[in-house]
Design a protein around this ligand. Structure first.
Ligand code: GLN
Length: 486
């Protein structure tokens, strides 16, 4: 048997059921990895060791009883620190929430607990999920498990590094404009962003409410799919969740790509795309063709507007969502006698520079006199971007493209230039604005040994097709099985 922290989910669950291992042994193995490596990686903001071990013991008791068990009983998991876990600190990577301890579980967290998962802790994130490198965390950056001088991607960089480094078998992330797919690509793991409305946002600390999606990062597509399967579906606590039932996710041992039409968008193979990423993604597309798929060149003509549109809409929604952090209701409060001073000092001291920048841009874009020119206009172009996808999905089953323009960059490389940082999202923003599901899977390494991600995108609510195709790719490739030496 492989080392406990290297088991895939199916094998880990089988070993738990057969008694070859216990939830305690598995949980301890991950806690030991965390103790040994998280001092350097800083994937976690909070490690819930005692609580995890108690939950593992409870799971072991149930496992010892005969009969049906919850599907993920005894499986450890890490949670991005923008989702609430009752009784565990929730910071969203910000000082302004310290020391907030929520009293309820996010629906996604509740469903994982109901499925028998053991929560290892909360993972690092850019402040309020705003960023692409995890350097915007108020608690210090996370490092890439493949090269500690580099970022893991963001904003779910803690979750990506935890999975890549074997500090969690699987982790929840969130994706508003790429925050699951981009860190998955940079960290060499598989990261799924579901359709907007497929997974509940209840208990997710809101960033851009019309864009926010809870997703999952795992070593393989199959690992992520098991977690997605238990957390997806309608939630009466989130009115934007769809009533559409989740089709059964069938990942079998043979290719499901036969006869599928794969759209290759010319707007994603442009100047600025690294030659090594380009080559690896094209090789991956050829591997899909070798399994019987057919490639079709397509055009998504409004792709170039996704970046400006997103950087109006997301900050506008953020400026409204973050108005609640005023020193009265949650977390940090500046020590000022006058209430007006208290509000301004709390926000001035509590929010970091990127969050402040977004609040200012967003407030401006929504203000009287500018609303139509910025927010209204951005919404119209967003519709055009969505229609691009709807139109091509009339003729193709899936879209294949790079997840990121380059591989992981060095810490500090883009810290002084917000626009350079925003450019990291060019290939992930369109699917977010359209609300369609996307996944990034490892498809190679560059000359410096850094992972490269292939992005697959499917029509609204076609996660079954998306996961089946990505899984098929992994049947004939072994990029996702490589692990960094820590
Ligand atoms: N990098 C993008 C941003 O900074 C996306 C973040 C996200 O998806 N949460 O807004």
């Amino acid at each position: 048997m492989a080392a406990l922290h290297e088991l895939n989910l199916a094998d880990a669950l089988a070993a738990l059921r057969s008694g070859d291992t216990s939830s305690r042994a598995l949980t301890e193995a991950y806690l030991e990895r965390i103790a040994a490596h998280d001092g350097v990686l800083h994937a976690y903001l909070h490690v819930a060791a005692d609580r995890a071990l108690a939950a593992a013991d409870a799971a072991d008791k149930q496992l010892a009883e005969k009969g049906e068990h919850a599907p993920l009983l005894g499986l450890p998991i890490a949670i991005k620190d923008v989702l609430t876990v009752a009784g565990m600190p929730a910071t969203a990577g910000s000082r302004i929430l310290e020391p907030f301890v929520p009293t309820y579980n996010a629906t996604t967290v509740q469903r994982l607990l109901d499925a028998g998962c053991v929560i290892l802790g909360k993972t690092n994130t850019d402040e309020f999920a705003m960023g692409s490198s995890t350097e915007n965390s108020a608690f210090g950056p996370t490092r890439n498990a493949w090269d500690r001088q580099r970022v893991p991607g963001g904003s779910s960089g803690g979750s990506a590094a935890a999975v890549a480094g074997g500090l969690a078998p699987v982790a929840l992330g969130t994706d508003t404009g790429g925050s699951v797919r981009q860190p998955a690509a940079f960290s060499g793991v598989s990261g799924l962003k579901p359709t907007y409305g497929r997974v509940s946002r209840y208990g997710l600390i809101a960033f851009g409410s019309s864009l926010d999606c809870v997703g999952v990062l795992g070593y393989s597509v199959a690992d992520g799919a098991s977690v997605f399967g238990v957390m997806a579906g309608h939630d009466p606590k989130d009115a934007t969740t769809s009533q559409q039932s989740l089709p059964p996710i069938r990942l079998n041992g043979s290719s499901s790509l036969k006869g599928k039409k794969i759209g290759v968008p010319k707007e994603y193979f442009i100047e600025g795309l690294s030659a090594e990423v380009d080559a690896a993604v094209r090789a991956a597309i050829n591997a899909l063709l070798a399994q019987g798929a057919e490639a079709v060149e397509i055009s998504l003509p409004h792709t170039e507007y996704a970046l400006p549109v997103y950087y109006i809409i997301a900050p506008a929604e953020a400026s409204a969502n973050l108005a609640r952090f005023d020193g009265v209701r949650y977390g940090y409060r500046a020590d000022e006698a006058d209430s007006m001073d208290m509000f301004t000092h709390t926000r001035g001291e509590g929010f970091g520079p990127e969050v402040t920048r977004r609040i200012m841009i967003g407030t401006y874009a929504l203000s009287a006199g500018y609303f139509e020119a910025y927010y209204g206009q951005a919404q119209k172009v967003r519709t055009l971007i969505r229609q691009d996808f709807e139109r091509v999905f009339e003729t193709v089953d899936l879209i294949a493209a790079p997840a990121t323009p380059s591989t992981a960059f060095k810490l500090g490389a883009h810290s002084d230039d917000p626009l350079e940082m925003y450019l990291q999202d060019v290939f992930t923003l369109p699917a977010s604005l359209a609300g369609v599901p996307g996944i990034s899977v490892p498809c190679g390494f560059d000359g410096e040994g850094l992972p490269i991600g292939l992005q697959l995108i499917a029509p609204h609510f076609a996660e079954d097709e998306l996961l089946a195709a990505a899984h098929s790719y992994q049947l004939d490739s072994d990029w996702h099985t490589r692990r960094p030496a820590l």
